[in-house]
Design a protein around this ligand. Structure first.
Ligand SMILES: NC(=O)c1ccc[n+]([C@@H]2O[C@H](COP(=O)([O-])OP(=O)(O)OC[C@H]3O[C@@H](n4cnc5c(N)ncnc54)[C@H](O)[C@@H]3O)[C@@H](O)[C@H]2O)c1
Length: 195
């Protein structure tokens, strides 16, 4: 819901101020895909009485240090299958700046969002460092003008900075963060175990 304020002494000219209330949901967990998964599940609203539709993107840097993570995420989602539908597999992306440099990665995320028929009430979960969060966040923000994004930052920088803010971006024309949006994520989970 928006608040509008119409001010004009001139019927041909209106300066319309408006405020859009936003909620920034920040949660701190110790094991968000294990014992604390209820914290994540409670953020996912059903849509038209159907399970919440969720697509997951994972930074490959995490898999090299925790090969079990994709299985843990799938098992956690499956444990709530009456309320949560995982759309597609666990998608993976290279970590670090390279993922923000190539338009191919943004297109890959947009393509999967399209093929999965995600809509504005669906969720994109992204688990990774600031670079992967920025790129997937950008794709989620422009798809349908905003699919709900849940960030799981996995570096200390991202848990203190990029992950908890409202910016996202990719590098374009060889310039850092040239293309991006301000888009409040649906939620941010700062999890101890993912660090
Ligand atoms: N949106 C914002 O507000 C904002 C603010 C600050 C920085 N940023 C962006 O954040 C990016 C930097 O993010 P970063 O410092 O988190 O690093 P990063 O995303 O570049 O990741 C660095 C490396 O760490 C790996 N990695 C991630 N989590 C890991 C884990 N738990 N264990 C092992 N390896 C792991 C990644 O795969 C990658 O190889 C930059 O692109 C910067 O522009 C954005």
């Amino acid at each position: 819901m928006s608040e509008f304020s119409w001010k004009s002494d001139d019927p041909d000219r209106y300066d319309i101020e408006f405020v859009i209330p936003m909620v920034h949901r920040l949660r701190f967990t110790r094991d968000c895909f294990g014992d604390d998964f209820a914290v994540v599940a409670n953020l996912l609203e059903r849509s038209n009485s159907q399970p919440a539709r969720v697509q997951v993107w994972l930074d490959e840097g995490l898999i090299s240090s925790n090969g079990e993570l994709p299985n843990l995420i799938e098992a956690a989602l499956e444990s709530q299958h009456d309320d949560i539908e995982q759309v597609g597999p666990i998608y993976t992306l290279p970590g670090g700046e390279e993922v923000k440099n190539s338009p191919g990665f943004v297109n890959e995320v947009l393509d999967a969002i399209n093929r999965g028929n995600l809509d504005r009430r669906s969720y994109v979960m992204v688990v990774g460092g600031g670079a992967v969060l920025d790129m997937v966040g950008y794709a989620a923000a422009v798809a349908h003008r905003g699919v709900r994004l849940i960030r799981f930052p996995t570096t200390t920088l991202a848990q203190g900075d990029s992950g908890v803010g409202v910016k996202n971006a990719v590098n374009w024309f060889g310039k850092k963060n040239w293309k991006g949006t301000f888009a409040t994520p649906w939620a941010v989970i700062n999890d101890q175990r993912l660090l």
